[in-house]
Write a new protein. Structure first.
Length: 95
């Protein structure tokens, strides 16, 4: 799975953290449909956003063999729209 902090369009990665679920202990092929896994991901930031700059947090799955992102589907098999998890705005500079 991936957790990416991106800036604007086109998406410029500000930071990323990729790993298997459950703290790296579980392959996604082991996950039964509908199972919820609580996971913590610390995202190292490569470039600090400027004050007032907005970034988006993207979370999803990808195929480690070719990097492709499979489509997300709901319980009925219908495609889900891929939206940012949240938008972050830098309010003040770090000290």
């Amino acid at each position: 799975m991936y957790v990416h902090l991106v800036d604007g369009a086109p998406e410029e990665k500000l930071g990323q953290q990729d790993s298997y679920p459950a703290g790296g202990r579980m392959s996604t092929s082991q996950l039964p449909p509908g199972q919820v896994i609580a996971d913590t991901h610390l995202v190292p930031v490569d470039r600090a956003p400027q004050v007032g700059e907005a970034g988006q947090l993207l979370v999803g799955l990808y195929d480690t063999a070719d990097g492709s992102r499979p489509p997300a589907k709901d319980a009925r098999g219908e495609l889900l729209s891929v939206e940012p998890l949240t938008t972050l705005t830098v309010l003040k500079a770090a000290r």
